[in-house]
Ligand binder design. Structure first.
Ligand code: SAH
Length: 561
């Protein structure tokens, strides 16, 4: 065990879930922020528990080969928004790939040899070795007052709620800085106070900025602790000078809360939404809508989901956790029918609207929890369709970090889709759910991690599961029995064939009449011309038990029962 304040030399060997480096000293595990795999560092123990402790980086003694020469954002360590900016991009990718693989092996119990065959390299942002910045289309800056009493925009320091000024986050677009400065200058000039969280006083709380990468449209939404902003007209006059400005709105949030946005939006200028595209699909995004923050990588992610779904135009597809219908609409053009399910009603409104503006008519959306809507649909369908079960060809899930409820996974298994496409933002819960689906007969066919969030520890993964081969054979047999017509059926086992089999195996002679009687007893279709009773009271000889047994044996032999 270590002592507090002890100085130690450590080699960093792994990275924890929060991005902190992990190293060992005599078997004792230390978590050290701001270090990366391969660093040899001097660190000071700050907190020592029985089996592990936390230490502060004092000195990098030998930098890792994967350490960048110069950090792009000087605020990276203080801000915490980027956890691994000090790592070269290829090393970030390698780290994320091995994290996904590790979780699938450990938690998902997927054999390593299988992963060797089906797991693809992580899809990073383009340009080998390049450091991808400015990929985010959305930024939310808190507004506050710095120690000199000036209004400022930036980020919260560590776990506190004091704001460190930084108007140029390098993950966001460059124009953000111009917009923020415009707002800060305006506030300064008209002495409009920033919000003070502790006192619950002041006006301007947050600025939400969005940028359409394909359209260059800009959205500004000011979140205020009040209903109106003084000299609003002046502010709008300045902001609309910025090229691309499309939407200026206010959101009133007067609650004492950490939640950023208020419930309502008031339009100040332009329109309430901006438009952007993913692939061919157009999306209208309002301040309260969820929209993927890295549009370049999202297009690749959805492209993979579409590939995995393997659509030909005849499929029924469910998109669970559909948000504003992003994946649903991406798939709709290639499917027969898409059903989306999402818990947030406004997101479903957006989804319906997005379907409309893209002239997509084969997508329907339901509000509710996926784990309630799908099982209820399944039960209801069975009730109203004489016990026939609801069918889906492809089910896509894109759950939040906690993954899917087991009840939902069970319903998916009951519905027996050919394919399950799982889009995940947490590979640990993905692995847990993959384990469940594999145990129920689904095979893991393909895994591809996608880097949606360079410089952070987060990684998206898309996997394809499909029904195992044994199962699909079974389905083919069930299908053939139900759907073949009689002539085809008799090709397999004709009356003469059955007679012959019975004679050969029992020495008994059976008539067509007896065969048809037993067929009917077994629930097998009977050809129209075979000895159906002409009327209720027509008297016919009944097949004796001994012969019935022999005929049943023949049916079994020919796979008819
Ligand atoms: N597929 C969408 C959204 C994915 S984010 C896209 O790519 O844009 C996950 C979504 O799941 C969020 O929109 C969230 O509101 C929704 N959600 C969370 N819990 C849910 C639940 N139990 N049932 C249905 N949707 C849920």
């Amino acid at each position: 065990m270590m002592q507090k304040n002890e100085l130690v030399k450590v080699k960093i060997e792994d990275i924890g879930v929060g991005g902190e480096g992990i190293g060992k000293v005599d078997g004792y595990t230390l978590f050290i922020k701001d270090t990366i795999i391969g660093d040899v560092v001097e660190a000071k123990v700050m907190k020592a528990k029985k089996n592990y402790g936390y230490a502060r980086l004092m000195n990098v003694l030998t930098p890792s080969e994967d350490r960048v020469e110069e950090v792009v954002c000087p605020m990276a360590r203080k801000c915490g928004g980027c956890q691994i900016q000090e790592m070269k991009y290829p090393a970030q990718l390698a780290f994320k790939e091995s994290k996904v693989r590790g979780n699938l092996e450990r938690i998902g119990e997927v054999p390593g040899e299988l992963l060797d065959q089906i797991m693809h390299p992580i899809v990073g942002m383009d340009g080998e070795g390049m450091q991808p910045f400015r990929y985010r289309n959305k930024a939310q800056f808190p507004i506050g007052t710095d120690k000199d009493g000036r209004v400022t925009a930036g980020f919260y320091a560590g776990r506190t709620h004091s704001i460190i000024g930084n108007t140029d986050c390098v993950l966001g677009v460059e124009v953000n800085e111009e917009i923020l400065n415009c707002i800060l200058d305006f506030m300064e000039e008209f002495e409009i106070p920033a919000y003070d969280e502790v006192k619950h006083k002041g006006l301007v709380r947050h600025v939400l900025l969005r940028y359409g990468f394909k359209t260059d449209e800009i959205m500004v939404c000011l979140v205020i602790n009040g209903k109106t902003i003084p000299h609003c007209h002046d502010l709008v006059g300045r902001l609309r000078q910025i090229p691309g400005m499309t939407s200026i709105t206010l959101s009133s949030n007067t609650a004492k809360t950490n939640v950023i946005m208020g419930d309502t939006i008031r339009l100040l200028w332009g329109q309430e939404f901006i438009t952007d595209y993913i692939g061919e699909i157009k999306y209208q995004i309002s301040p309260l809508s969820f929209y993927q923050v890295n549009p370049v990588q999202t297009e690749k992610l959805y492209g993979l989901a579409l590939d995995y779904a393997g659509l030909t135009g005849n499929e029924t597809v469910w998109d669970l956790y559909c948000g504003i219908g992003t994946i649903s609409l991406f798939l709709a053009k290639k499917a027969k029918q898409v059903y989306g399910v999402e818990i947030i009603p406004q997101a479903i409104d957006d989804a319906k609207n997005n379907a409309k503006i893209n002239n997509i008519t084969n997508a329907e959306f339901y509000v509710g929890k996926a784990e309630e809507v799908l099982p209820e649909y399944y039960k209801e369908y069975e009730k109203t369709h004489n016990g026939e079960t609801a069918h889906a060809d492809v089910i896509v899930v894109d759950p939040p970090r906690k993954g899917c409820e087991e009840s939902l996974l069970q319903t998916i298994v009951d519905m027996q889709p050919e394919k399950v496409v799982y889009v995940s933002c947490d590979s640990a819960t993905l692995a847990r759910d993959v384990k469940f689906l594999r145990a129920k007969g689904y095979e893991l066919k393909d895994v591809t991690p996608v880097d949606q969030f360079p410089h952070t520890v987060h990684v998206e993964t898309v996997v394809l599961l499909s029904k195992g081969e044994v199962d699909s054979k079974k389905i083919r047999v069930e299908f053939s029995l139900e759907d073949m017509d009689m002539s085809e059926f008799q090709d397999g086992a004709t009356y003469p064939q059955i007679k012959e089999y019975v004679l050969e195996h029992t020495g008994l002679k059976v008539s067509n009449l007896y065969i048809s009687q037993i067929k009917r007893k077994c629930g097998i279709g009977v050809g129209k011309n075979y000895n159906l009773p002409k009327s209720e009271d027509s008297r016919q000889p009944q097949c004796p038990p001994e012969k019935e047994k022999a005929i049943r044996e023949a049916f079994k032999y020919f796979g008819m029962i």
